[in-house]
Design a protein. Structure first.
Length: 405
């Protein structure tokens, strides 16, 4: 009787080893092969083979020598910042953004895409135009555009071949023509799609190097509001983030009518759109309109300051509910919401949450605002691509493919 085939093939083992070595280089660069061996359970030969592969692919470069007490000084290696570029894109219901970074996730450029869900055709045209320009600017990078990640309120359905959403935000996208148009716009580069919550959560998790064994609550709002919970060691390794409906928890049974059909949802009181409509009830919400309110806020306009205080109080209620439900170690506020929360507002939120949630001694969560603002979603896309760089290099993720996360 033949022995059973091991669960992992040699190719899978090689891929896993490359992931390990690349991750350790990212986290500890510049670093020698010997130092990498000390940080993992791989042999010197395996580490050296992986490093040689990454050197051959131009992903890393040798950068001088380190110190040695005896013998030849070790050769140090680090990520090649000019190996290739990563592109993270998102489209909100009223606007979009495009972010370009190097392999270290350092921002190279970013662009506003001034169109919303109802202008999907224009979005595709602008996206293709930008990608064509970017190809030219980084033509000397050996790997060029490594991949593109799109975050959207809908999700790609591979069976129907369309982008769908239960909330109705993406109806113009839900047609058989949308995906071919998207593939044309992204010019055949490996394409990753994911939801807003996951993208914003992963963007902040990796950017701030938050402990991946702990629970993170990521609150994102640039029009409405979304909350993603990264479960850390308590989650599923293949899908460690759960999407919640906290934005539609009822905080006022007789309150404002929500798009979901209920009344008094949190999103109707603690979102950029809600704040805008409180101050400009007769106008349609736009990114430009929000920016004008933000300018008034920074000039200490009394009307706006009062509205933001109320906004922060409602957001505090929502955060307290999140704390009581999931007990996160860290709470990150990002999106355009974060631009409204200065030190005064953050202290106001922290005081309320700490007074209205049970904690063990010294176990209060760290509540902070992300400096990434609405780019946290685009950064989530960048890290998603980078996490699959090895599969792209090996051809397991090919051009013209769409992967949904």
């Amino acid at each position: 009787m033949k022995p059973k085939t091991p669960p992992n093939s040699m190719e899978q083992i090689k891929t896993a080893n490359l992931h390990t070595v690349f991750s350790l280089i990212l986290e500890n660069q510049p670093i020698s092969r010997a130092q990498i061996t000390q940080l993992c359970d791989l042999t010197v030969v395996t580490v050296s083979n992986c490093a040689d592969y990454l050197l051959e692919k131009k992903v890393i470069v040798e950068t001088g020598t380190g110190q040695s007490k005896r013998g030849r000084p070790p050769i140090l290696i680090q990520v090649n910042e000019k190996a290739g570029i990563l592109i993270g894109v998102f489209q909100e219901s009223v606007y979009g953004r495009l972010l370009v970074t190097d392999l270290n996730a350092n921002q190279l450029e970013e662009h506003l895409l001034p169109c919303g869900n109802s202008q999907s055709k224009l979005f595709f045209e602008l996206l293709e135009e930008k990608i064509t320009e970017i190809e030219t600017r980084y033509a000397d990078y050996p790997l060029g555009i490594i991949g593109i990640a799109l975050a959207h309120r809908g999700l790609f359905d591979p069976i129907q071949g369309i982008i769908i959403s239960s909330s109705g935000h993406t109806e113009p996208w839900a047609s058989p023509e949308s995906v071919p148009q998207l593939l044309k716009a992204t010019k055949g580069y490996p394409l990753f799609t994911q939801g807003f919550r996951n993208a914003a959560t992963m963007g902040n998790l990796y950017y701030y190097n938050i402990d991946k064994s702990e629970i993170l609550a990521s609150i994102y709002g640039s029009v409405g509001m979304a909350v993603g919970i990264y479960l850390g060691q308590y989650g599923n390794a293949t899908n460690p983030i759960i999407s919640t409906r906290f934005a539609h928890t009822t905080i006022n049974f007789n309150g404002r009518k929500c798009e979901c059909g209920k009344r008094g949802c949190l999103v109707q009181y603690a979102s950029p759109k809600a704040l805008f409509h409180k101050l400009e009830p007769e106008k349609e919400y736009t990114k430009e309109g929000f920016d004008k309110i933000l300018q008034r806020f920074r000039k200490n306009d009394p009307e706006v300051i009062s509205a933001v205080h109320e906004f922060a109080d409602y957001l505090s209620i929502g955060i307290s509910n999140i704390v009581n439900a999931y007990h996160p170690k860290t709470i990150c506020i990002s999106g355009l919401i974060a631009s409204l929360i200065n030190e005064t507002q953050l202290n106001r939120i922290q005081t309320y949450v700490y007074n209205n949630s049970p904690f063990y001694p010294g176990d209060r969560p760290n509540i902070f605002c992300s400096e990434l603002a609405d780019l946290s979603i685009a950064y989530g896309g960048v890290y998603l691509i980078r996490n699959h760089l090895i599969e792209i290099l090996q051809g397991e993720i090919s051009k013209g493919s769409i992967l949904n996360f």
